[in-house]
Design a protein around this ligand. Structure first.
Ligand code: GAR
Length: 211
């Protein structure tokens, strides 16, 4: 089927924080009739995540599964999978989701879970990437969007963009400039994934031309 005739891919988005990346994705979808995806559910591990409120304002279904409400991580992840699959997402976007997901989760969406991380991977993996880059003293950091595998911030890279570090940067000012880049890069990559245009070969991701 030519790309333009495919039904939009059903996207699930997971957030733990303010949800500015979710907002950027929703704006990009609204602004682009050829985007090829629609957000059908937003999920979180935190009932107070700002991203949930953004989703509700946009009329999108939300699901919340708190780790503390389950016996263990396995039970929590099973509940999250069940809550998401009720909305039949074909792609899962991690947009500031701060929990690790296991192979059990990933096997439901093979090569269809995408993450945005605020550093140039493989540098500064983990939850404090911006602070770690500042402390290390790098002059260039940035944004990486990648497919998710079972290791933390490790899966095949789809796209990266650099952000220069200023001498007077704080974690907040640097993160703001990285987020501004993420707000463009994540929607671009989600669009390619939604359109089925990412070809994954081991660690290498190629973009094929639109049909
Ligand atoms: C983003 O900068 C994202 O890259 C980061 O959390 C922020 C969420 O912002 N994710 C990670 O650090 C994951 N390791 P947002 O809630 O405003 O979109």
């Amino acid at each position: 089927m030519p790309d333009a005739e495919r039904p939009p891919a059903r996207l699930g988005v997971l957030v733990s924080g303010g949800g500015t990346n979710l907002a950027a994705l929703l704006s990009a979808i609204d602004a682009d009739p050829d985007f090829g995806g629609e957000v059908v559910v937003v999920g979180s591990d935190r009932p107070d995540a700002g991203g949930l409120q953004r989703a509700e304002e946009a009329g999108i279904s939300t699901v919340v599964e708190r780790l503390a409400d389950h016996d263990d991580r396995r039970a929590w992840e099973d509940a999250l999978i069940a809550a998401l699959t009720a909305h039949r997402p074909e792609v899962v976007v991690l947009a500031g989701f701060m929990r690790l997901l296991t192979g059990e989760f990933l096997s439901r969406w093979p090569d269809r879970v995408i993450n945005t991380h605020p550093s140039l991977l493989p540098a500064f993996r983990g939850a404090n990437a911006v602070r770690d880059a500042l402390e290390y003293g790098v002059k260039l950091t940035g944004s990486t969007v990648h497919l998710v595998d079972e290791e933390v911030d490790h899966g095949p890279v789809i796209a990266q963009r650099g952000v220069a570090v200023a001498d007077d940067d704080t974690e907040e000012t640097l993160h703001e400039r990285i987020k501004a880049v993420e707000h463009e890069l994540l929607p671009e990559c989600v669009k390619l994934l939604s359109q089925g245009r990412l070809v994954v070969d081991g660690r290498h991701v190629r973009v094929r031309e639109a049909l």
